[in-house]
Design a protein around this ligand. Structure first.
Ligand SMILES: Cc1cc2nc3c(=O)[nH]c(=O)nc-3n(C[C@H](O)[C@H](O)[C@H](O)COP(=O)(O)OP(=O)(O)OC[C@H]3O[C@@H](n4cnc5c(N)ncnc54)[C@H](O)[C@@H]3O)c2cc1C
Length: 414
């Protein structure tokens, strides 16, 4: 048994926070700032706090989004209180209070001014240290028991109040291995079905020729006969599927659709959503006029990557080496324009939790008080962050939720 472990064996805390990343640290800091006398511990299974923060935003940490609103989230009604109490401005203010300045891009995504995720983690962990919050690392919490006076973790860490902020199942190499769900269940909570979200998709059919090709600003519509979800943004073709923000944001819905064996999910790609079909036909007719003696494979190069244009022509059987654009009939042009606006890919799956950024699903929101983050089933138990059945798309929304729900729980846990 490690020295650290022996030390906590005899310690009794007012508040124990299981999980030392975005939600857990925000909660512990807010709780301690408001009630400096509280004896608080963060119990973290990894050797250091906040490993996942370092990986966020491609190492830049997109820590919130100025435009975040309830409708961006699953279970939007539940999110309301946390978002009103700790919206993007207050999250930015929280970081400013620790000396961390930020900037935002044109889509409202907020990053640290240093452009380094490490700065976000440093701000949090130094504040944890400054406030005298106990940090107990290398300690996975494997079980929790409710007692008359509070809780006992792993049979030897006692606390009066408990916050579970263990994240979901996505990206387990950063600590979030889903073990928090078992802890929540053991205290009587329901965990909804879990799906990997913000993860690349795999497709039936060969997309190898497009591997590595990116299309900027496409629209994807997930269908199973009827429209299920529409996303927009960048699309990136991979060895056996599609990635990029527009594809990854469909992932959790793909998981749900594939659970239903009767339906086959497709995604319709609109490669040129800023053109109406008529505008695209007119554009292509003009290309036929000005580039008629060029090969068909450059028909789309004025608006799309070459390889995508070729695939669109191939799909309409209009591609032949040495065929000239001038040989396309008006009907061919209309057909090819339709294809560019509705290019179908059959989806075979979503990559798993190991590659996912977020978990969709979690502790049922019906069992948590949205005004305090306290369990409705177990007094003194609180939740924050991704472990709850709340998730959103790319753009800083998930960290916004982790910080807002953490700060709210911290305000109320004393
Ligand atoms: C690669 C990647 C990039 C991302 N980029 C962004 C981004 O730029 N913007 C954005 O908004 N979101 C981003 N996300 C999502 C975001 O990081 C998460 O939604 C957020 O970190 C969730 O915070 P959390 O504190 O609830 O959980 P987590 O950050 O997952 O932290 C949970 C912590 O609990 C610990 N833990 C788990 N189980 C136990 C246990 N049994 N005992 C003790 N400790 C335990 C873990 O080790 C971990 O430190 C990204 C995710 C990934 C994987």
């Amino acid at each position: 048994m490690s020295k650290k472990f022996l030390r906590v064996a005899y310690e009794k805390y007012d508040v124990a926070v299981i999980g030392g990343c975005a939600a857990g640290m925000a909660a512990a800091i807010n709780a301690k700032r408001r009630n400096p006398k509280l004896n608080i511990a963060i119990i973290e299974k990894l050797p250091r706090l906040g490993k996942k923060i370092l990986a966020t935003g491609n190492g830049r940490c997109n820590l919130t989004n100025l435009n975040a609103k309830c409708s961006d989230y699953k279970n939007s009604d539940f999110v309301l209180h946390a978002l009103v109490a700790y919206g993007p401005d207050r999250v930015i203010g929280f970081f400013e209070s620790m000396g961390l300045l930020t900037y935002n891009d044109s889509e409202g995504r907020v990053y640290p001014r240093s452009n380094m995720a490490a700065s976000v983690l440093d701000a949090l962990r130094f504040e944890v240290e400054n406030l005298g919050i106990d940090v107990v690392c290398d300690t996975p919490v494997e079980n929790v028991k409710k007692t008359d006076g509070g809780f006992i973790l792993n049979g030897n860490i006692k606390c009066r109040k408990l916050l579970i902020a263990t994240g979901g199942k996505a990206s387990p190499s950063q600590g979030s291995d889903g073990s928090g769900y078992a802890l929540a269940s053991s205290l009587g909570h329901t965990v909804t079905k879990l799906y990997p979200s913000l993860v690349p998709l795999t497709v039936n059919g060969n997309v190898k020729s497009l591997k590595g090709v990116r299309a900027r600003n496409v629209t994807l519509t997930l269908t199973n006969g009827k429209t299920v979800k529409t996303t927009s943004g960048e699309l990136l073709f991979t060895e056996n599927g599609i990635s990029g923000i527009a594809a990854m944001e469909l992932a959790s819905k793909v998981g749900e659709l594939l659970d239903d064996v009767k339906c086959k999910p497709f995604t319709e790609v609109d490669f040129l959503p800023d053109f109406s079909e008529k505008e695209l036909v007119d554009y292509l007719l003009n290309i036929r006029k000005i580039k008629g003696n060029c090969p068909v494979d450059v028909l789309f190069t004025g608006v799309l990557p070459w390889a995508i244009g070729v695939e669109i022509c191939k799909a309409m059987k209009l591609y032949k080496q040495d065929r000239l654009i001038s040989s396309l009939s008006n009907t061919d042009v209309v057909q090819v324009a339709k294809k560019a606006k509705k290019y179908e890919l059959e989806i075979s799956g979503a990559k798993g939790f190991a590659n996912a950024q977020v978990t969709s699903g979690g502790v049922s929101v019906s069992e948590i008080n949205p005004e305090t983050m306290e369990s409705k089933l177990c007094k003194g138990l609180y939740f924050a962050g991704e472990i709850i059945d709340v998730d959103a798309g790319c753009g800083g929304f998930n960290l916004q939720w982790a910080f807002a729900s953490g700060l709210l729980a911290g305000e109320n846990i004393w």
